[in-house]
Design a protein around this ligand. Structure first.
Ligand code: KG4
Ligand code: ZN
Length: 361
């Protein structure tokens, strides 16, 4: 049976709603995808202010959902379920979307799927092309940098994670030291286009080291020191290019190691690699990972650019996959600021000590 799902996403600084139809054999149609960004509200502060984010979600959520339904050309009676991000993220924002989703589910008697935002990113490449399970996933966003073996809907094993900053966080913080506006990642990529990456030598963290973890704090400190002494625009562009190349290189080197190990595990079977999350929108990162995949015999998949950064279509699709597998949630589903995709690995090897609300992803 085809499933038509309304998705809602409010975990960070984007208010998003989308309608996605998943065919009986897994084919996907994005009927609408509306994203209202709050960049302008946060820009004066150089980063996301949680309280401003939560208020901004409240102000636009109804209009964003209305627009998604109108553009999709469907009515509430045509829906088979509502999928909402329930975490991880800024809890004030998550609660806004989750309450809206619960209200629609209750009023219309529809099943509710409380979706993990990271699971949304994990399925995002499937919005534009068919990607079969299992696959090796590199999830690189503002808050996360993880390698995961994804076996199926809601089933994955974490292979590696960052021991300090996420890759997107490194892009954003370094961009700030270069005087670039928030959000820093896309601004740094634009500046890097006119730079020469070979003008600066930056540290190569974890090079050749065992395991599949990442580290960006050394790079961040080195780049901040270099940024202090810069004079002209060309030097800034050169440093931006060097930083981008260093991040792309570390991501592809560590992922290459994981690919080699994953390929040994899956000896003789097909190999698929997916990169997802905001940083997957970066051209240099995509190119370096495309080369690593080719080198290790993996088919390469990445979401189209619009579905790399936060959106609700990926949440709707994750919800549709859950519903198709018989997984639904009650109206008491909690908003979870922390919610590791692979709970077991996160508890055994937390990026931060497990807190009252569980291990940080
Ligand atoms: O997935 P996402 O929209 O939100 C989170 O779940 O975190 O990712 C946002 C992150 C930000 O750190 C942003 O700077 C980064 O992705 N980003 C980029 C680019 N586009 C977004 N980083 C580098 N180059 C880009 N083109
Ligand atoms: Zn995200």
């Amino acid at each position: 049976m085809a499933l038509t799902i309304l998705g809602i996403e409010t975990s960070c600084d984007e208010t998003a709603a989308a309608v996605v139809r998943r065919g009986p054999n897994g084919g996907v149609q994005v009927l609408s995808s509306v994203v209202s960004t709050q960049f302008a509200q946060h820009a004066p502060y150089g980063g996301v202010v949680p309280e401003i984010a939560a208020r901004a979600h409240v102000e636009v959520i109804d209009a964003v959902i209305d627009q998604a339904m109108t553009e999709a050309g469907v009515g509430y009676a045509d829906l088979d379920g509502v999928a909402v991000t329930a975490g991880p993220g800024l809890v004030g924002g998550v609660m806004v979307g989750l309450s809206a989703g619960k209200a629609i589910a209750l009023a219309r008697g529809l099943p509710l799927m409380a979706v993990n935002h990271l699971e949304g990113h994990a399925v995002s490449a499937r919005l534009s092309e068919a990607v079969d399970y299992p696959f090796l996933l590199l999830l690189v966003s503002g808050g996360h940098c993880q390698l995961l073996a994804v076996e199926g809907v809601g089933a994955c094993r974490r292979l590696g994670t960052t021991i300090d900053d996420a890759a997107g966080e490194a892009f954003d913080k370094i961009a700030k030291t270069l005087g670039l506006p928030y959000p820093g990642g896309p601004a740094l990529e634009r500046l890097a286009a006119t730079g020469d990456a070979s003008r600066f030598v930056l540290p190569r963290a974890l090079l050749g080291r065992d395991g599949f973890d990442f580290s960006f704090s050394g790079l961040k400190t080195a780049a901040a020191r270099l940024a202090e002494g810069l004079t002209g625009e060309q030097q800034k562009a050169d440093l931006a290019a060097a930083v981008q190349a260093a991040i792309a290189r570390q991501l592809s080197e560590r992922t290459g190691r994981a690919m080699a190990a994953y390929a040994r595990e899956r000896e003789g079977r097909s190999l698929r690699f997916v990169v997802a999350g905001g940083v997957a929108a970066n051209g240099a990162v995509r190119a370096a990972l495309t080369r690593a995949a080719a080198e290790h015999g993996f088919a390469f998949f990445a979401p189209s650019l619009a579905f790399c950064t936060d959106n609700a279509a990926m949440i709707a699709l994750a919800g549709a996959e859950r519903l198709a597998a018989g997984m639904k949630d009650g109206l008491d589903a909690p908003a979870r600021p922390r919610w590791p995709l692979d709970q077991a690995a996160a508890l055994a090897n937390p990026t931060h000590p497990p807190g009252r609300k569980g291990a940080k992803a």
